[in-house]
Design a protein around this ligand. Structure first.
Ligand SMILES: CC(C)(COP(=O)(O)OP(=O)(O)OC[C@H]1O[C@@H](n2cnc3c(N)ncnc32)[C@H](O)[C@@H]1OP(=O)(O)O)[C@@H](O)C(=O)NCCC(=O)NCCS
Length: 142
């Protein structure tokens, strides 16, 4: 298993994966992954099994945008490993902290964000389809 920055050539596989993981959403463009944000891809035996997208503001505030593991590869700890790689990428890029948000019913993602961060704020109606959100903050400076 390797986790590496997403490349242009990964777009078709990652877009398919993103559609599997977030079926109610319009497929993000290649620019959304590679220009507007930073994206990591997790590969196992040449197959893209996970992707993770984050952004950073001009004042070193990193934030999560998307995160997914192929359904048949879930519940093996891969989502947690991929999030740790995303935090490391943000730290290496100079971020002081990382803010993640997920919806109230997303137990696995709340667990992943909570293992590396502190739950902060309930955000009513944050998600159009999934309802309320919870934000988590992870300090990245030593
Ligand atoms: C969220 C997602 C990435 C998790 O991937 P995964 O590889 O199954 O995650 P992991 O195996 O690392 O498990 C995460 C943790 O959640 C825990 N968990 C699983 N179901 C849970 C539940 N209903 N409630 C609480 N915790 C739960 C697991 O036990 C694990 O914790 P542990 O490592 O302490 O045992 C995956 O479910 C996914 O792609 N979902 C669809 C897309 C999505 O929701 N993305 C997040 C957008 S914010």
């Amino acid at each position: 298993m390797i986790i590496r920055p997403m490349r242009k050539a990964d777009y078709a596989a990652v877009a398919e994966l993103a559609n599997l993981c977030r079926p109610n959403r319009i497929t993000p463009s290649i620019e959304w992954f590679l220009v507007d944000h930073h994206a990591l891809v997790m590969m196992i035996d040449g197959e893209a099994v996970g992707y993770s997208v984050w952004g950073m503001t001009a004042d070193w505030h990193a934030y999560g945008r998307d995160h997914g593991i192929r359904p048949d590869w879930r519940h093996k700890g891969l989502g947690g490993l991929l999030h740790e790689a995303r935090l490391k990428a943000a730290r290496d890029a100079g971020a002081s902290h990382f803010v993640g948000i997920t919806w109230d019913a997303n137990g696995p993602m709340k667990r992943i964000l909570g293992l590396k961060g502190v739950r902060m704020t309930h955000v009513p109606h944050h998600f159009a389809d999934e309802g309320d959100g919870w934000t988590y903050v992870c300090e990245l400076k030593d």
